[in-house]
Design a binder for this molecule. Structure first.
Ligand code: BG6
Ligand code: MG
Length: 218
């Protein structure tokens, strides 16, 4: 069989941590007197912690000191880590293990490409760290999605050329990053939001082995 590099985003693709990020940001925004909608939240998905807070402040027309900014980022992460601490395997999204198993059995290299600095903690909590040949996360990059840096490093780590890589992403910024990296982008979520992806599925239960085989043989 051919070889392709399969790169997985983490939050919202492997585990449903997107809801915890939302809850933690919402709590913080409320404290600042800022309200943001689920629609605006879509723009925070895949985006780094720093950039997320900058966006929220811009929506609320607020300027704050660097000291308070750093303080709030710390608080958001503490709140988020509180949710993470409660996680276990049951939070892995449906059929993700099945897809990972299929790729492993067919000797396809697998990489993680996440913006999160908490990626390793989460992978440990849900016990799937060993499924990845490489892990690239928010600690390894200088430029946040939609910049393609995280995926380019993820491809390099598994010795694959970008054009031979396939990215699973739930965020607008992440799909854009994969496209810019010249990789095949697979959106996990709604077609309305991820229409710029090469393929879109609601979740992994809709991804068949035949489809994966066709990507590998392409
Ligand atoms: C992304 C999430 O995976 O990681 C974003 O989609 C989040 O919502 C970003 O802001 C950074 O995560 P963390 O865990 O480093 O704050
Ligand atoms: Mg995501």
């Amino acid at each position: 069989m051919n070889k392709k590099g399969f790169i997985f985003d983490l939050d919202g693709v492997i585990v449903d941590t997107a809801k915890y990020h939302f809850l933690a940001w919402q709590q913080l925004a409320k404290g600042l007197g800022i309200n943001f909608t689920e629609e605006e939240n879509e723009q925070l998905k895949g985006v780094s912690r720093v950039r997320s807070l900058e966006k929220i402040l811009a929506w609320g027309n607020k300027t704050i000191s660097q000291e308070l900014f750093n303080d709030l980022m710390g608080k958001k992460n503490e709140e988020y880590l509180g949710y993470i601490a409660e996680m276990d395997e049951s939070e892995i999204l449906p059929d993700v293990p099945k897809v990972l198993k299929f790729l492993k059995e067919n000797k396809q290299p697998i990489s993680l490409g996440s913006a999160s600095k908490n990626a390793r903690t989460i992978l440990e909590r849900v016990h799937i760290m060993s499924d990845f040949d490489a892990i690239v996360d928010g600690n390894d990059v200088t430029k946040a999605k939609p910049d393609p840096e995280v995926f380019l490093i993820a491809a390099k780590e598994i010795n694959m050329k970008p054009e031979n890589c396939i990215v699973f992403e739930d965020s607008v910024a992440g799909v854009e990053a994969a496209n810019t990296a010249n990789m095949i982008s697979i959106g996990i979520g709604s077609k309305t939001i991820l229409g710029h992806a090469d393929y879109v599925f609601n979740d992994f239960t809709e991804i068949s082995e035949d489809f994966l085989k066709s990507l590998i043989e392409k």
